[in-house]
Design a protein around this ligand. Sequence first.
Ligand code: SF4
Ligand code: SF4
Length: 326
Amino acid sequence: MQEIKKEKYISCKWLESGVCFDNGVYGSNVKLCCYMSAPGGGNSMIFEDYHGEKINWDNFFKIKNEYRNIQKSGQTVEGCRGCVFLEENEWPQIDYIDSIIFDHFTKCNCCCSYCYTEEDKKRYNSLKTYNIYPIIKDMFDKKIIKRGGAIGFGGGEPTILPEFEKLINLFLKNGFSNIRVPSSGIKYSPVIAKGISTGQLSVVVSVDSSSKEIYKKIKQTDKYETVCKNLKKYAKSQRGSYNVISKYIIIPEINDNTVEIDNWLKFNKDNNIGIIVIDIENSWLNRYRKEEPDKRIIDLMKYVAAKSKEMNFYRLEICDRAKYLI
Ligand code: SF4
Ligand code: SF4
């Protein structure tokens, strides 16, 4: 077997072998990644104004190599300035993709009060998307996609994409094992259950509550029981307890109390959901950076951390943006 040449320099896995199909605030584009919180702002384009056209992969990798060459020269791609994902490594010098973020859709079957789509729900729910399956199939046919990276989604609700089942089946069939699907949980997806049962896929559902009333206040829809039913069904498909992930975003004055949290923890424990995620609503975080912190919210996060240990959950994940608070 021919040895793959490697070179040591500072780069990141997305810049080297990732791609993000995006359609949102900045239009419909193909980018290096979906991270925009780096001081440089991310948003490094491969193709702008892209709407599902057939991709010339030579051209695609030519552009990616221009970014790579900046890193190899010791400089930093403007959008990547200060990004936490930059690291010195021995990077393989071949053209391939192993990590994809599907963020080319914005339509959702839920209405979370904290979602970016809330600024204009009607527009985001009617924004046109394109068929991504033929592009990914072409990547497989041309052998430019490899296992080993991460397959993820932004959006939007992935399960309501007409191609969703077919797309995930393609990754499952080709042995991809790090597929993470955030979902409202309102629509049950057989292919999610299939991926969970083989251990190749994890679903993340932000329930944010443990009662119909609070759920409705946050989600502006009456689907609490449907979501719980689907979560239970997904959890039953697991081999272990690590492929269904339950999330709770603390929203001040809405779900910031220990009763709601205790019942959420109990639901997860009772249903063999071993990984839980805790986060804080964006607007609180933005306020916190300028004003005196509301200590109660931080204490609540510490409460979840202590309780999850006591209840012996497999893992508590604290979202990066809230990690530094506790
Ligand atoms: S912004 Fe960060 S994650 Fe995105 S390509 Fe640049 S270094 Fe990688
Ligand atoms: S489920 Fe996700 S995409 Fe849908 S409204 Fe909630 S946060 Fe937004």
